[in-house]
Write a protein that binds this ligand. Structure first.
Ligand code: MRU
Length: 351
């Protein structure tokens, strides 16, 4: 797999996803401010990948303090660490993985802050471990989820919940990959995912590299392809799953779930436990990021609406638990009622 994000010689290297599929270019980040900017501007995107970037960004931020003569002052170091975390977590509000990763890094900080050189090593190790772990988690999600897909299925997916959105392999695309590795004949329909085109630019790029058959549709064609019986399952990722199973994911996911329900097509969510937020009771309480009007008034840099047009551009929506057939995690596949199923997850209770 291609390195989406990598810790390399004291810097964080990211594949610039804004330029795919036309250009494969890497950006080197030397401090946490650069990492925060790249998360916000979507050089890296996708909930688990954002979490890994956050962890690496926090590690970079602390390393940046090494020549500061005041780091031996515990109150000063605490304050500086808080500032670094605040910059990183202010980037994108919806994907809970970002906050989950920051909390994990805070724990490492608390346990090691009395020895600054050990602290740096431990933070770097924790961030790198998160990346590796995520890959292994996605393999387990794939293994669990592939049971839901039968040979001959065409699966519709939205946005990009693949290797590019994670530490590798992907969540929704991981399930598809795992099914194909079992020898099942699975084809994919990818929605283009206006306005940022993660489906067209990223999902198609990923799948084509592996010769996984993929057909691109405009988002508005989803109802038509379901009506024609061209889709046997919908599978998407998640940015945050609330305690009752309501799921935030890329804008347009909710509409797909409604369409799937109307046409009797199963609707699956594949996500790691780090995307589950039991502290948020339901979807109404999940913060939804709103992005720039330019993404809507322009297409590939060309104006498609008058510049003064009033725009509403939510990046995510909420799919109610009642429209979800199953949630695939690395621990197991969850079935309704999701409130009970989510509360029963052993790994989450341990944390
Ligand atoms: O705005 P993005 O590209 O970060 O949105 C990504 C999604 O909505 C993904 O489906 C989600 O993060 C899951 S990625 C495994």
């Amino acid at each position: 797999m291609y390195p989406v994000i990598e810790w390399k010689e004291g810097a964080v290297v990211m594949l610039d996803q804004r330029q795919l599929p036309a250009v494969e270019k890497f950006i080197v980040h030397r401090n946490h401010l650069e990492v925060a900017k790249s998360i916000k501007e979507m050089v890296i995107r996708g909930a688990p990948a954002i979490g890994i970037a956050a962890a690496m960004g926090i590690a970079l931020g602390v390393i940046g303090l090494r020549d500061d003569p005041n780091v031996k002052n515990p109150a000063y170091l605490d304050e500086k660490f808080k500032d670094i975390v605040a910059v990183i977590t202010a980037t994108r509000p919806t994907a809970v993985n970002l906050f989950w990763a920051a909390t994990r890094m805070e724990k490492v900080f608390r346990e090691n802050k009395t020895d600054f050189s050990r602290l740096q090593e431990k933070l770097i190790a924790a961030a790198i471990a998160m990346d590796k772990e995520d890959f292994a988690i996605n393999r387990r999600i794939g293994e669990n989820g592939q049971e839901l897909l039968q040979s001959g299925y065409t699966v519709l997916t939205h946005c990009n919940a693949g290797a590019l959105a994670t530490g590798g392999y992907g969540t929704a695309l991981g399930v598809i990959r795992a099914a194909r590795e079992k020898g099942k004949d699975i084809k994919v329909i990818a929605g283009e995912t206006r306005p940022y085109l993660q489906g067209a630019r990223l999902t198609v790029w990923e799948l084509q590299r592996e010769q996984i058959p993929v057909t691109l549709i405009i988002d508005n064609a989803a109802g038509f392809v379901m009506k024609k019986g061209m889709v046997q399952a919908v599978i998407v990722g998640a940015d945050r799953i609330a305690a009752n199973g309501d799921t935030a994911n890329k804008i347009g996911t909710y509409a797909l779930a409604v369409l799937a329900s109307y046409h009797g097509v199963p609707f699956y969510v594949a996500a790691p436990l780090s995307s589950i937020d039991l502290r948020t009771r339901d979807g109404d309480r999940i913060p939804i990021e709103e992005r720039d009007a330019d993404e809507v008034t322009q297409f590939c840099g060309q104006m498609t609406a008058l510049p003064e047009t009033r725009v509403f551009n939510p990046a995510f929506d909420i799919t109610p638990a009642s429209l979800i057939t199953a949630i695939v995690t690395e621990e197991k596949v969850l079935h309704p009622p999701f409130a009970t199923a989510l509360a029963s997850l052993k790994e989450l209770r341990r944390k």
